[in-house]
Write a protein that binds this ligand. Structure first.
Ligand code: COA
Length: 173
């Protein structure tokens, strides 16, 4: 998968919300209102993974569809840096067909760099206890279990709070 990381543009919002709906089950996926609130949260930023222009051109040339948009988004991440030097990853979403190609790792690494640059020494996030893919992904990226929050999600599923020290951990690929 050839892709590039770019900053969020206002026109991307509907696409990002649709990606989130595909990535999470009901009760965990955000409503438009929730996603908008997280993205506008103080200190927050959104990174977007875009299919490389060359790849888009080759899809057009192969006649896959004439309707391929100029900007094909395959994933995004929303994170925030607090004034206390604590980073929070609110969500990281990669479309199913783009997974296991390094998109999530690239976005997470870029977010951690940005949080470090904003003065964060630690980053935390929540994930569902039954989300095996996410747990393997975060383990690979040196996140450690801090605690369990019972019935954290609207569908009644517990969350695990994971954390990473941004200064002591070596960068995972
Ligand atoms: C979790 C998620 C973001 C990972 O994104 P991704 O682009 O597939 O991740 P990467 O390709 O960078 O994977 C890096 C490594 O993480 C681990 N990993 C990722 N997905 C995995 C899976 N389904 N099973 C086991 N290990 C996995 C592997 O070690 C992988 O390296 P490898 O492919 O060389 O074995 C993606 O699966 C996703 O969007 N899931 C739905 C939304 C979600 O659960 N988000 C996280 C909770 S907030």
């Amino acid at each position: 998968m050839e892709f590039t990381l770019t900053n969020f543009r206002r026109a991307d919002f509907e696409t990002l919300w649709a990606i989130d709906q595909q990535c999470f089950p009901a009760g965990i996926a955000y409503s438009r209102r929730e996603l908008n609130a997280y993205m506008r949260h103080s200190g927050s930023f959104t990174l977007v993974a875009e299919l490389a222009k060359a790849k888009r051109k080759s899809l057009l040339a192969a006649g896959v569809s004439r309707m391929i948009p100029t900007r094909v988004l395959v994933g995004f991440l929303v994170a925030a840096a607090s004034r206390r030097g604590v980073g929070h990853v609110m969500t990281i979403d990669v479309l199913p067909e783009a997974r296991r190609s390094g998109v999530g790792s690239k976005m997470l690494g870029a977010a951690e760099d940005r949080l470090r640059a904003a003065g964060c020494h630690v980053v935390y996030l929540e994930t569902a206890v039954d989300n095996q893919a996410a747990l393997a992904f975060y383990k690979r990226h040196q996140y450690f279990l801090v605690k369990t929050v019972p019935r954290y999600y609207a569908n009644g599923v517990d969350a695990l709070v994971l954390e990473k020290n941004l200064h002591s951990a070596a960068q995972a690929s």
